[in-house]
Design a protein around this ligand. Sequence first.
Ligand SMILES: Cc1cc2nc3c(=O)[nH]c(=O)nc-3n(C[C@H](O)[C@H](O)[C@H](O)COP(=O)(O)OP(=O)(O)OC[C@H]3O[C@@H](n4cnc5c(N)ncnc54)[C@H](O)[C@@H]3O)c2cc1C
Length: 413
Amino acid sequence: MTKSRTDRFDVAVLGAGAAGMMCAAVAGQRGARVVLIDHATRLAEKIRISGGGRCNFTNLQASPANYLSSNPHFCRSALARYTPQDFLSLMRRYDIGWHEKHRGQLFCNDSAESVINLLRAECESGGVHWQTGCVIEEIRREGDDFLLLTTQGTIRAGAVVVATGGLSIPKIGASDFGYRIARQFGLKIVDTRPALVPLTFDGQAWQPFVPLAGVSMEVDIATGSGKTAGAFKEDLLWTHRGLSGPAVLQISSFWRPGTPIEIDLFDGEEASDWLIAHKKGSRKHLANLLAERLPSRLADAWCAAAGLPGAQSVADLPDKPLRQLGEALNRWKLVPSGTEGYKKAEVTLGGVDTRGLSSTTMMAREVDGLYFIGEVVDVTGWLGGYNFQWAWASAVAAGEAVAEAARGATAVA
Ligand SMILES: Cc1cc2nc3c(=O)[nH]c(=O)nc-3n(C[C@H](O)[C@H](O)[C@H](O)COP(=O)(O)OP(=O)(O)OC[C@H]3O[C@@H](n4cnc5c(N)ncnc54)[C@H](O)[C@@H]3O)c2cc1C
């Protein structure tokens, strides 16, 4: 819907993604006059492509421990007030089927589209005005109001909620708009980088693994130390350019350029003891023996990388190279050359510094009426539905606060 010039709304929500739609609906249903603006013409594209098209919309185990932020306590209040069960109640109201896939991860039975339809219906019942395909050229303060100069005219709003997300997947509308607005109003930005992203490797040492694209197995993976350490047990996937799969996406959020990641391909059991124990009474070839524990293509490549003859009986091999091979299987240490970047990253680490925001309302401490929610904020979830749970929870916190503020302003007037 295209608005005429200088309409006034209680709230302008910028970005019609997961957080923006939820916030607009909550504020609208509590009586605020809300406009939801997006520069894209299709709503919530990230929901549409999420979870392989089935949207991993929350995680039953979501807690502050599943989020990275330079202020790890910031997300606590919003997550406690809007829980996965709250979103599930909403799903039940709309009769949307879901299932648990893995470790508390909840997916739609049919399509991510049903979550978009739910949010759209919630916005409709809150009387939210839509303004899509609308580019915001400038935001100014005028008295207590904000003036939004857009390609579809000027909009006046008592409050602005920035829900424009992070930098990942620019081809479906991601932009740095939220960070620019934050800076304009004096907020700080914690350095941003791609996260939940495949890692790339180059150089001679990687050559033996290039033909493994498509191979996958469960591993233990770790990186970092102390407070910045991360460790997961998840599936690893070899790709044409490096490593991916849930294990690597998870660890990528903790990985720092130039540092190694460490992978255990043997499920915690000492591989060298296992290999040497199999020397007795066995004529198995090394590669065949390894293929009892690893995908066979990986077993072959692993022998080649170690310079060991896969087609030789393990009983004929000396202990020393077997121990070295076993050690490498338990502690495969490798330094990624980089990541696949924002074009493949599921999320952006960093963002609007939470020290400038209220953790109960998401409002900027020094700018009355300016709120930041969702991925634009320096709160980044692990893989597994945590990012949508943050989008819902931060959106509800701001939606309730902004509606309350609008009621207060009306009462005073
Ligand atoms: C491939 C993929 C799969 C994912 N799968 C999952 C999953 O299954 N579970 C999970 O929890 N998380 C998943 N995520 C992460 C999740 O999608 C995001 O964390 C979440 O969408 C963030 O919500 P948001 O509302 O803050 O931002 P977004 O959903 O990114 O929405 C931001 C909106 O702002 C708009 N916008 C941007 N710039 C401007 C501007 N200048 N002017 C106006 N509008 C603007 C955009 O068009 C967009 O509509 C996935 C991400 C990707 C990329």
